[in-house]
Design a protein around this ligand. Structure first.
Ligand code: TXA
Ligand code: MG
Length: 326
């Protein structure tokens, strides 16, 4: 049975007790909802993979209280620490070699000699980590291959009956997952674009972020069709074809839509932060309305546009290649 509770102090205390007992709790972060387990208990972590139908070799992000807690798990080089100081708490995930004596179980790291850590900014996530007193392993709280959830209702749609408790903290503000930067190679790699813009990270680092080599599966969740709604998306549309709904940006397509056409605008004013926050909710809305075909307006590639376009390309990719979606 799944308890869905407003995320007040009593519910957070109950949620921490569930995690301590090896249970699963979905909770809001500033990016998307996470499906959490105690990161130190392998069998609890195994339940995450089971609930999501996710391949078990896909490593998870460990959510920790602060920089000190992150350093107990990951050997963070100076440059990683400067990013941590600039962006934590917040939507940045750092991948680094394991620290000696780290507590995160092998399964949460998919056996890798590295670990992904992040200090979330959302007060509910922070309170839950504090109440548990240990890192919380949490992927996005969706079934494998579905878009990431930004409301408790989305989590319930995907995971009711599979998660012990859902802490309802309202809609998540960023609506886009964290940016992932790896410090496991000679120079920092951006493994996934996300809610912190590449430019902001490069400014702190004083160098460009590299992209992982295409053949390398450094972030196994980043397969081409990872973010897949049921609707077929046609990107970079300048007009609407017969029978299509529209995912608009800045009102570009609305101007050309016939009356009666469903048009959801990521940001009528053309604001990329607002667009990021609306992205997954709008994709879910098309599915909820059983829309088959969606024309997607051009979204500029600057700032958060890089991450938005990345998710849109994945959402529009053919489905049958996705063996590793998370
Ligand atoms: O915003 C977020 O990051 C959300 C919230 C809940 O924190 N979490 C999230 O987790 O998006 P998930 O599991 O859906 O994506 C985590 C990504 C995956 O692509 C995974 O492969 C990668 O992080 N990852 C985790 N540990 C890694 C490691 N040691 N090396 C390389 N990639 C890693
Ligand atoms: Mg995910």
């Amino acid at each position: 049975m799944t308890i869905i509770a407003p995320a007040d102090a009593a519910a957070i205390g109950e949620a921490a007790a569930i995690l301590r007992d090896g249970g699963l709790v979905a909770f809001p972060t500033e990016t998307v909802y996470g499906l959490g387990a105690d990161a130190t208990q392998a069998w609890a972590v195994a339940r995450i993979y089971d609930a999501k139908d996710r391949p078990s070799f896909n490593p998870l992000i460990a959510h920790v209280a602060d920089i000190d807690a992150a350093r107990r798990e990951a050997a963070l080089p100076e440059s990683a620490l400067s990013l941590a100081a600039a962006f934590w708490p917040g939507p940045l995930t750092i991948v680094a070699p394991l620290a000696p004596g780290g507590s995160i179980c092998d399964l949460a790291r998919a056996g890798l000699p590295s670990v992904a850590v992040r200090v979330p900014a959302h007060p509910v996530a922070q309170a839950l980590i504090a109440a548990l007193g240990r890192p919380i392993a949490a992927p996005s709280a969706n079934r494998s291959g579905h878009v990431s959830p930004v409301t408790a209702a989305h989590v319930a749609q995907d995971l009711a009956g599979k998660v012990d408790m859902i802490l309802d903290g309202g809609r998540t503000p960023a609506g886009l997952e964290s940016t992932i930067v790896s410090f496991c190679e000679a120079s920092p790699l951006q493994l996934r674009p996300g809610a912190v813009a590449r430019e902001a990270i490069e400014k702190i680092l004083g160098e460009k972020l590299s992209a992982p080599a295409r053949s390398e599966v450094v972030a196994p969740g980043m397969t081409p069709s990872h973010y897949a709604p049921a609707a077929r998306l046609r990107l970079e549309a300048h007009e609407l074809e017969e029978g299509e709904a529209a995912l608009d940006f800045g009102g570009r397509l609305a101007a050309r839509a016939k009356s009666g056409t469903l048009v959801l605008d990521l940001s009528p004013s053309g604001d990329l932060v607002e667009a990021a926050a609306n992205l997954f909710a709008h994709l879910r809305e098309f599915d909820a309305r059983h829309i088959a075909n969606v024309a997607v307006a051009h979204v500029p590639e600057r700032g958060l546009g890089e991450a938005i376009n990345d998710r849109l390309r994945r959402a529009s990719a053919p489905r049958n290649t996705a063996s590793l979606r998370d």
